[in-house]
Write a protein that binds this ligand. Structure first.
Ligand SMILES: [Zn+2]
Length: 252
């Protein structure tokens, strides 16, 4: 999971800003690795048994639909021929990240209609990230508001792109039972959370896990995240892992 692909404007933002040069190294690594690179349609096919994969798969996703994706990520994805899924805030196409900058984060542009159409036509799968990026668990008692955010975002994107929109990502990774039910009723096939971990075949398709790539991650940390399926790994985690590997070899 990525958010902003650009140089951070503030310290606070740096966690969610991946430098394009780091992103390029990460994609180059993936393209030359043994991982199978897939999008969320493939995830759905795999979980529903339509497709069988014999290797570990990686799906690269982007939340929010920042305009920097168009300039800094899209060319790199094309260069390495890497499938991707982007979750767009439907009512903010051509606008900005108001849900962030009204709380003091820097203002950043989101993709406009032409850019969104271009990336969609070039094979980037577009999913919904609601209409306005609310905390869905906080509005889950207001059925009308909840349905608007989940149903209408899908409809708006489908109309704009003239394609089916079948994947969803919960803003801030927040949801409750009611939210998940409405996402299911709206006809989505999968929904991504921000809980870290691997997605094995028995995973609930509406609670998919994702690993977050932080702006500070170097290539080694990126590889470790893929290997262990976790966002934050204390040094002791690595030490105990390699110690057990060493013991295994030594005692064999
Ligand atoms: Zn978001």
């Amino acid at each position: 999971m990525y958010h902003i692909l650009d140089t951070p404007k503030t310290d606070k933002e740096s966690k969610y800003c991946c430098l394009p040069k780091n992103f390029s190294k990460q994609m180059s690594f993936l393209a030359n690795s043994d991982y199978s690179l897939i999008n969320l349609d493939d995830v759905d096919d795999i979980l529903s048994g339509k497709k069988v994969m014999n290797s570990t798969c990686v799906a690269v996703t982007f939340d929010d639909g920042f305009e920097d994706f168009y300039h800094n990520a899209f060319p790199i994805l094309k260069k390495f021929d890497i499938p991707a899924t982007l979750f767009m805030v439907a009512d903010r196409v051509g606008q900005s990240n108001d849900w962030m900058h009204k709380h003091g984060s820097p203002k950043r542009n989101l993709l406009n209609e032409n850019q969104l159409a271009d990336i969609s036509n070039s094979g980037v799968l577009i999913g919904s990230h609601t209409c306005t990026h609310p905390k869905l668990n906080e509005i889950s008692l207001n059925k009308e508001m909840l349905e608007n955010e989940i149903f209408n975002s899908r409809q708006a994107l489908e109309k704009q792109l003239n394609k089916k929109v079948e994947h969803f990502a919960y803003p801030y990774g927040l949801f409750d039972e009611e939210v998940v039910q409405v996402v299911k009723n709206a006809g989505y096939k999968t929904a991504c959370s921000t809980r870290s971990g691997f997605n094995r075949l028995e995973i609930q398709p509406f609670l998919l896990r994702r690993i977050e790539v932080f702006g500070s991650d170097n290539l080694w940390q990126f590889k470790q995240k893929l290997k262990f399926g976790t966002n934050d790994m204390p040094l002791t985690f690595h030490l105990s892992y390699y110690l057990s590997r060493f013991k295994e070899k030594f005692l064999r």
